[in-house]
Ligand binder design. Structure first.
Ligand code: NAD
Ligand code: MG
Length: 408
């Protein structure tokens, strides 16, 4: 999708962080704070965590701080009084934040809620670091059309796609045979389906290698995350589903590979720390120092690999199927998954019900051609409404009543 252009030499100076209070947002700020001379901040946004947003804004002095939840406007106003930071609230204000002039926008809102702000950044031709994979899954074709129109640059932040980006020969696409997306396998890699039936939200969000937000942690446990990443890779690199392989690699050291026609397989490696792919996008096309653990392959000693099990992790098959079906299927998959994951985190449905709900949505919500943003919104809303109505049909295997907060 985006071809690196090495003539761009200066690292981005002025940056905006959409979703600054989340896991990716906080890691981005950690890097920015270590090099204060290299960056200034145009805007920060969060959904409901006023205290953290205000703390970040007092430290980084952005021009604008936005809280998505309008009912928290007054709280944010009080928390930032006398700071000189302009404040705003609501969905339109999130889009305004993305429109504010800056060189680089970190798109780190979770879910389809990030679509419009991310599109706004793309439309004004910014360099966008894309963590928010759901917006590419639910509106990939639209996003690509806007990128072509505006000339914006989209840099993947997802570790697998950052890895591929770093070893993908954009000038010799014909020489690329396939993409190998690695996956840790998540916390239930060796569980049987019977064992997965009764897992709790707390167990599902406890990822063995990565420290992430609740939604992506559950997606990793169901392997829907890898499914979303297959669709993300299709849009980012123009490689169809048949040429995208998923490989389980529990150590999360090889972050993904590109296989070439001469038999060469190029991979990018590193410790499992999102600050490496975030730093790659922030400094692109240069490199910047990141305070991550250095890879000690002798200490790790063994890297292992397995084929994915599509029977135990049906979410992965559903994503491949949605990509193949095209039209609105990926939008339906994503919206149903967001509803199902929230219901699981809330203790309302069981772990295995997540994939069941997504499957039902793919069967029952009509697949229509999608050419406009209104189509995306309509399909997304229709799927959410249908899926929300199905929650009562499922019951959690074990009544935990212990929900896990979905987002900051
Ligand atoms: P998170 O839950 O930790 O943070 C999400 C951020 O989005 C928070 O700042 C929250 O306030 C904001 N947000 C949530 N709902 C919102 C809404 N409705 N409107 C506006 N803002 C809203 O999530 P995260 O783990 O940082 O993930 C962010 C994105 O990056 C996701 O799309 C995820 O798939 C992707 N990603 C994350 C990681 C990781 O290691 N955390 C790795 C790869 C990709
Ligand atoms: Mg990933």
């Amino acid at each position: 999708m985006t071809t690196p252009s090495p003539e761009v030499s200066a690292p981005p100076r002025r940056i905006t962080i959409l979703g600054s209070t989340g896991s990716i947002g906080c890691s981005t700020i950690d890097l920015v704070e270590r090099q204060p001379e290299s960056f200034s901040v145009a805007a920060l946004t969060a959904f409901s965590n006023v205290a953290l947003l205000a703390e970040q804004a007092r430290k980084l002095q952005p021009e604008l701080a936005v809280i998505g939840d309008e009912s928290r406007f007054k709280e944010l106003k009080e928390a930032l009084s006398g700071s000189g930071v302009e404040i705003a609230a609501g969905r339109d204000a999130l889009v305004e934040a993305a429109k504010r002039p800056s060189d680089f926008v970190m798109a780190a809102i979770v879910g389809a809620a990030g679509l419009e702000p991310t599109l706004a950044a793309v439309r004004r031709g910014a360099t966008v670091g894309l963590a928010n994979k759901e917006c590419l899954v639910c509106a990939g074709d639209l996003m690509k059309a806007e990128l072509e129109k505006s000339g914006a640059t989209l840099l993947p932040v997802d570790s697998e796609h950052s890895a591929i980006y770093q070893v993908f020969d954009f000038d010799r696409r014909d020489a690329i045979e396939s993409i190998i997306l690695t996956a840790s396998g998540g916390p239930f890699r060796t569980h049987t389906q019977a064992q997965m039936k009764s897992v709790t939200p707390e167990q599902a969000v406890a990822h063995p290698n990565w420290d992430m937000g609740a939604k992506i942690s559950v997606d990793s446990a169901t392997m829907m995350n890898k499914g979303l990443e297959v669709i993300e890779a299709y849009h980012l690199f123009g490689i169809e589903g048949e040429r995208i392989q998923v490989l389980i690699h529990p150590q999360s050291v090889i972050h993904s590979c590109v296989a070439y026609v001469d038999g060469s397989v190029l991979a990018q490696m590193g410790a499992p720390d999102m600050r490496t792919p975030i730093a790659y996008s922030l400094a692109w096309p240069q490199r910047m120092e990141a305070p991550v653990e250095r890879l000690d392959l002798a200490a790790i000693s063994q890297l292992t690999f397995e084929a994915p099990d599509f029977n135990r992790f049906p979410a992965l098959s559903l994503a491949f199927q949605a990509l193949k079906s095209g039209g609105s299927a990926p939008t339906i998959l994503n919206a149903a998954n967001e509803v199902a994951v929230a219901a699981f985190l809330d203790g309302k449905i069981g772990f295995l019900d997540i994939a069941r709900m997504v499957e039902r949505a793919l069967e029952q919500v009509p697949n229509k051609p999608m050419t406009t943003l209104d189509h995306v919104h309509a399909i997304d809303a229709m799927t959410r409404e249908a899926a929300s109505g199905w929650i009562a049909d499922f019951t959690p295997a074990r009544s935990t009543n212990s929900g896990v907060a979905a987002s900051a």
